[in-house]
Design a protein around this ligand. Structure first.
Ligand code: AMP
Ligand code: ZN
Length: 477
């Protein structure tokens, strides 16, 4: 079995990945707080860990991987959204979860095996908090329960900070009921419209960090393989998850491997509402940027490097995908079975992925594979099958879902196909007669209608346009 190597934030090294149980490889990724559409940055961890999920399933078997990604559906930002809009919290979170799954699906992301909502795991959180109090790692004060950071000697190990550094560097909330300013909330009181549950410490709601510890424990066990998220979560969120889980289960290791993706920027700048460069995945999809283009751009940068989203990258990705889509149409006559895809995945692509998800190398290898597929003239040749199986394995499942629709529209428009054929015949005739002016004029008209032509031994061939707009055929008349 090929070795997978992953960079572990915990050790700051690339390590050979050895699952605790190869028959049940377990991964937890921190998911979104659901009060609004996912912005483009939120999509980065989704795509990164989707690629890892696909790789793990490929190596260990589809049924041997459990991937959990939570929805944070109790949070003060959600309460604020409910208060300002007058809507019910449940309606907001349900709607946002639906949007999230739809938008991430458009990027080719598989749904995780478990998508726990925090509000469905309150009893498990309360039980973990009680356990932490009993073990001397947490204390109740004024309706709150706080985790005592000084009770865990390894606090700060993941992010490489000491408690003193943290106090100096962080904007910690100083509160009279905290023994140490770094102590963080496990439970807090709720009042009025705030969501809340009965607990041994009164009516209240959980803090953010305890949610992931309790859900990971319930769904994956006290020790599991991989924990992921954006590197903005490393401190305090992941540091606090580790403290809670290791103190609740001193004999278990919690996550073996910690993986963090770097942040996404836009045209070299941090994405922010004030800079006017903040947009959601849905904004892009609605502007006509296909999901696979977003996926392509994401995979072109390694997950541990900051990723710069630029219009130029979108243009380049669209060009590649256009060509691949046309190649698929021309050279692949059937859809590939999952089993076949597994067997045909290109070894170099696989090796690059297995080397800490080297997706930039994967993308350049894909271009080579596309070239090989282009050169093999037979339909369904080995090179063609290998290329498309590899693409599908990487989550480029349907290069363009509307393609067949467009082809149908084109073919159903009675005059379109004969019209293009007539133009092509006239072009070949003009060429044979060395009437280059006429040939150029026809070529320009075809180009204006997005009809791509190529010269082959048997004459001029044309391809169905990637984005077919029947009105453009008017220029051919
Ligand atoms: P949040 O809803 O803010 O907790 O974020 C959900 C996920 O998106 C987390 O894994 C974050 O680390 C990640 N994330 C947020 N902003 C960005 C960004 N600009 N680039 C990459 N990942 C991000
Ligand atoms: Zn988390």
């Amino acid at each position: 079995m090929t070795q997978i190597k992953l960079h572990n934030t915990k050790t700051r090294k690339k390590e050979v990945f050895t699952p605790l149980d190869p028959a049940n490889v377990r991964m937890y990724v921190c998911g979104p707080t659901v009060y609004d559409r996912a912005h483009l940055g939120n999509a980065r961890p989704v795509v990164v860990f989707d690629v890892l999920y696909r790789l793990l399933r490929h190596v260990y078997g589809e049924g041997a991987v459990t991937y959990a990604r939570n929805f944070t559906d109790v949070d003060d930002k959600i309460n604020a959204r409910a208060a300002e809009s007058g809507r019910k919290i449940g309606d907001i979170t349900d709607e946002t979860i639906g949007w999230f799954l739809e938008d991430m699906g458009a990027l080719g992301a598989l749904e995780p095996d478990a998508m726990p909502r925090a509000t469905e795991f309150i009893p498990q959180m309360v039980a973990m908090i009680e356990d932490l109090i009993n073990k001397g790692h947490a204390y109740a004060a004024e309706g709150h329960v706080l985790f005592a950071v000084e009770s865990y000697s390894e606090y700060g190990a993941l992010s490489g900070r000491t408690i003193d550094d943290m106090i100096a560097g962080a904007r910690v909330e100083v509160a009279p009921y905290k023994r140490n300013p770094m102590d963080f909330v496990l439970w807090k009181p709720s009042s009025g419209d705030q969501p809340g549950w009965e607990s041994p410490w009164g009516y209240g709601r959980p803090g953010w960090h305890i949610e992931c510890s309790a859900m990971a424990d319930e769904l994956l066990g006290a020790s599991f393989d991989i924990h992921g998220g954006g590197n903005d979560l490393m401190f305090p969120h992941h540091e606090n998850e580790i403290a809670q889980s290791r103190c609740a289960h001193p004999d278990a290791g919690f996550a073996q491997v910690w993986m963090h993706n770097e942040m996404l920027q836009v045209e070299g700048k941090k994405m922010s509402k004030s800079l006017g460069n903040f947009f959601t995945v849905r904004d892009l999809l609605d502007q006509g940027v296909p999901g696979e283009v977003i996926r392509f751009v994401f995979l072109s940068t390694h997950y541990r490097k900051p990723m710069d989203w630029t219009a130029e990258k979108v243009r380049i990705a669209t060009g590649h995908l256009n060509r691949w889509s046309q190649l698929e149409y021309r050279a692949l006559s059937r859809s590939l079975e999952d089993k076949e895809i597994e067997q045909l995945v290109d070894a170099e692509v696989f090796n690059a992925l297995a080397n800490d998800l080297n997706t930039p190398l994967v993308m350049s290898r894909l271009s080579e594979l596309a070239q090989e597929a282009h050169m093999s003239s037979d339909k369904d040749s080995d090179a063609v099958l290998r290329f498309f199986a590899t693409l599908k394995f990487l989550g480029f499942d349907d290069l363009d879902p509307q393609r067949l629709e467009r082809r149908k529209t084109l073919e159903q428009s009675e005059e379109a196909v004969p019209l293009v054929n007539k133009m092509i015949a006239a072009l070949d005739q003009a060429r044979a007669a060395k009437d280059y002016d006429t040939a150029d004029a026809i070529r320009a008209k075809l180009a204006a209608a997005d009809i791509h032509i190529s010269t082959t031994k048997s004459g001029t061939e044309w391809e169905y346009p990637y984005r077919f707009d029947p009105s453009k055929l008017d220029s051919l008349k």
